[in-house]
Design a protein around this ligand. Sequence first.
Ligand code: GLN
Ligand code: ZN
Length: 767
Amino acid sequence: MALATIPGYPRIGKRRELKRALEGYWSGKRTAAELNETAATIRRANWEAQIAAGLDIVPVNDFSLYDHVLDTCALVGAVPSRFGWDGDVVGPDLLFAMARGGAGGEAAMELTKWFDTNYHYLVPEFSPGQTFRLASDKPFAELEEAAALGVPAKPVLLGPVTFLLLGKMHEGNVDPLSLLDALLPVYAEVVRRLAAGGAAWIQLDEPALVLDLTPDQIAAVERAYAALAEAKGAAQLLVQTAYGRVSEAYPALAALPVDGVGLDFARGPENHDLIARHGFPTDKRLVAGVVDGRNVWTNDLVASLDLLTRLQQHVPGERLLLSTSCSLLHVPYDIGLEEELPEAIRPWLAFAEQKLAEVVTLTRAVNEGSAAVSTALAANRAAIASAASSPLRRNEAVRRRLASLPDDADRRALPYAERAARQQQRLRLPTLPTTTIGSFPQTAEIRNARKEANTGALSAAAYEAFLEGQIADVIARQEALGLDVLVHGEPERNDMVQYFGEQLDGFAFTRHGWVQSYGSRYVRPPIIYGDVARPAPMTVRWARFAQAQTGKPVKGMLTGPVTILNWSFVRDDQPREATCRQIALAIRDEVADLDAAGIAVIQIDEPALREGLPLRHADQAAYLRWAVACFRLAAAGARPETQIQTHMCYSEFGEIFPDIDALDADVLLIEHARSGEALLEVFRTEGYAKGIGPGVYDVHSPRVPDVPELTARLRAILTVLPADQIWVNPDCGLKTRKPDEVWPALENMVAASRVVRQAARSLPSAD
Ligand code: GLN
Ligand code: ZN
């Protein structure tokens, strides 16, 4: 019989209970016992929801207080030495110190993106010759807890190969996989204990199998599972992949001595072709991830059944486990909570709970035939049809405009050198001009005013007056400090994507649709359900006001199309590129309106450009082509004499540097302060001709940098790039900093620029 399961469930609690519990614990307002109780309540509610939906096998140990990769570090005793671990069980306080920094000033572990999702994990730190030992009983305790509640539990572990590949070797240029033999005995012990604890299935997540892998890496997978198979006892081992196609790893994966293999058929439709080409082993179950676990759209059950019919030519129905394509960690809990979403679009949406029902319906259809689920299928067909034919999906004017754009619509009217000359004539900037990235501190005062405006306690007029006061204040401060290109400070923005989404057609917002980004930080991504259009200017009113306060240029501040796309749930009935072009057109109109309003510098932020990069190298060029084209389409709304700046808060450009150049922004403001010399090295080797502002100080720290260190930073930049190209700015926006950190730092930054400017006098400048 086919069975229903999923690889994992959201773990923050339907009402974000975990956030309150964690933050309460960190601030000392809640005890460890209270935190544990909340955690247990969330786990229990999750299991009950899955059992009520009709799942046959329920993931356990997919819960985490902070991060499952961190939990794995604790499980195998991979604790960086600076935390002074005594070798005993890793308790919550040590765990949180590793995640957030220790009380003695020990630096937190590094946080980075989990595959191509917006989830972030803590990067395991290894050292050569490192040893491992079992140092947590979390999986066993949670299995016991589930078993006591009668849950048909499938303990979930991060697989040993992915765990090592996600980590970094500190000191020494050694491959983390060289630690596999040291690690495997601990994993074997865990598997043995879970099997002894009664686990019928044990899931080992190996999403790294969807990356471009070398033969050595694939051999490591074979070695790992040969060892674990010996430890499994009566339990069945399941190697679960996600986020794409397994390609070159498929033959090895199919031949592993395990009992099941999980494949993602949503992001990796090619997984079907691999099965068709190579066949599927007769000694294994296939976990068929047919319901997309990454998006929020109602599954087209007829299409999924069609795929399942095709799969059954290679895998008999009784050896199928029906599943979502990945853990449901990446989607909100329940569309049922969203009472304020437009009635018309609610049936189009499926969050975690709804996806459980979809998996169960598909499982029944496989086991009993479609007739057994005819009611569900009819309702689903109606929802899919209503979405497909809804006028809310389509905006013919936008489609016509995009279809008839001239070929050169994504090209500025003049090449960079000519634009730069005109811009300099207009702006008359000194050498080494100073600027900031856009936001100033979002103080409690600003947040309260926004809250009161939302509830109606503050009238619209009073709120506008308040915002004008905030803007006038930061403009005056920037003028007093002597900054050259000013910003309005973004006090009117809740979030750099939401602010624009709320003013664009085609976007919907949830109230409870939280998704974990990292630790206790959750985001509520907008949902792009229809064609995107801009009914009216979005920022011009504030830009105009800000510019009226000063004779210095004030930047218009926009979020770029690729970032808006990558930080939203995007409709899946057309290519992402098509949606991105619609957003680009809306931003282009905003650029043109700012330009017409006399704004001489417009910044289009693209911090999420690199985030959208596909996992496999072969897919990256196509993404970059359209992503860059979308940015250019937006930027080309400006006249040549209007300067386009862009900002990205990372600097590991690696191979994408030519694409960054191809954005053709007049000025690129990027994070630099934490990157060591890596960024400068790129400029040294690749060369760069346009304006460039490598951030001179890290905004993630409350520390105020002094003039000498900022001067030294600038001088280092000057050894690589000519003075007339360089801008002086912080690494990123300043909205999370306190005012008394921000203003002294900027004062020092301006002073440093002046010191170095004096020395660079001989160079061409309008100073
Ligand atoms: N302009 C935005 C700000 O200053 C940019 C934020 C970002 O890079 N993520 O806050
Ligand atoms: Zn940034």
